[in-house]
Design a protein around this ligand. Structure first.
Ligand SMILES: Nc1ncnc2c1ncn2[C@@H]1O[C@H](COP(=O)(O)OP(=O)(O)OP(=O)(O)O)[C@@H](O)[C@H]1O
Length: 270
């Protein structure tokens, strides 16, 4: 993607974006409803909201895998009309090809783009080292743990050189410790690798995860953008950061958006 005076290579603009589906029973559902937002170059933005609020639909439209029903999404100066190498995606499941060795997975996107063999091998080795997986470069994915597979997926998406990284609950299935280790891996790569910094859109249900990772948290409810919260806490953040009064305030706000505000369960039960 080329630079232009209208947009930086890796900022994202949503302009009145809408997506409707027609369900099997013929009923129309509005999954995303008039979302407008600007994600700046290099920002780490978490999309948070209750199940079914439209987070994945929004991410898929940025990836170009799903067209919008209305409005527009631009990445840099270019309107999204389909998938492209400027956007890399990691899903919760199956981000690694089981029939390729680890190193061949990391190289795959570069190979498709015609990066010469020696260069792509160097890049793949560099990213495998950064995620502490050099020792399993020649292994098959089935020989790796779930956390290691996520490291491969992260190394792959960074090695591909995409300006924008779209991560859809990538760590949701992992245990607490592995999840926290992968936060560090992801943040280290995001902060330390090539300039300009990648722009990250990260979907999560996990309020603490969003507070630990994000520069900014966008809250979606019923397909609409209902809150947009800047997280100013300095990095690196850890569990103690989450106990700061300003972070607790944001946490309660997010929990309220998720329908878990004080007393809600008691009143729902009565
Ligand atoms: N292909 C589809 N056909 C019909 N309805 C769909 C389709 N994809 C999504 N939906 C509906 O759109 C709405 C938003 O779904 P989406 O998967 O984007 O939500 P989400 O916030 O990512 O949910 P979760 O957090 O549970 O993954 C839901 O009501 C869902 O049923």
């Amino acid at each position: 993607m080329t630079d232009s005076s209208q947009g930086k290579p890796n900022d994202i603009t949503f302009t009145d974006v809408t997506r409707t589906f027609v369900r099997g029973d013929g009923q129309e559902v509005t999954a995303v409803d008039g979302v407008s937002a600007h994600i700046r170059e290099g920002e780490f933005v978490c999309l948070v909201g209750p199940s079914g609020c439209g987070k994945t639909t929004l991410l898929q439209m940025v990836s170009g895998l799903l067209p919008t029903s209305g409005g527009a999404i631009t990445v840099g100066a270019k309107q999204v009309t389909g998938p492209g190498p400027d956007r890399g995606v990691v899903f919760q499941k199956d981000s690694v090809f089981p029939w390729f060795r680890v190193i061949d997975n990391v190289e795959y996107g570069m190979k498709r783009r015609g990066v010469p063999a020696a260069e792509r091998r160097d890049i793949a080795n560099r990213y495998l080292e950064l995620v502490s997986l050099s020792h399993v470069a020649r292994a098959w994915p089935k020989e790796l743990s779930g956390g290691m597979l996520k490291r491969v997926a992260i190394a792959t998406v960074f090695a591909n050189g995409s300006d924008v990284l779209l991560l859809d609950e990538p760590f949701a299935a992992l245990d607490y410790v592995t999840k926290h280790q992968l936060h560090d891996v992801l943040l280290d790569l995001w902060r330390s690798t090539d300039a300009p910094r990648r722009t990250i859109l990260f979907v999560t249900h996990d309020v603490d995860e969003s507070l630990l990772l994000a520069d900014r948290i966008i809250v979606i409810r019923d397909g609409r953008l209902v809150d947009d919260i800047a997280i100013d806490a300095t990095r690196p953040r850890d569990v103690d950061t989450l106990t700061r009064p300003d972070m607790m305030t944001v946490k309660h706000k997010l929990l309220a958006h998720l329908g878990l505000e004080h007393g809600s369960r008691r009143s729902a039960a009565s």
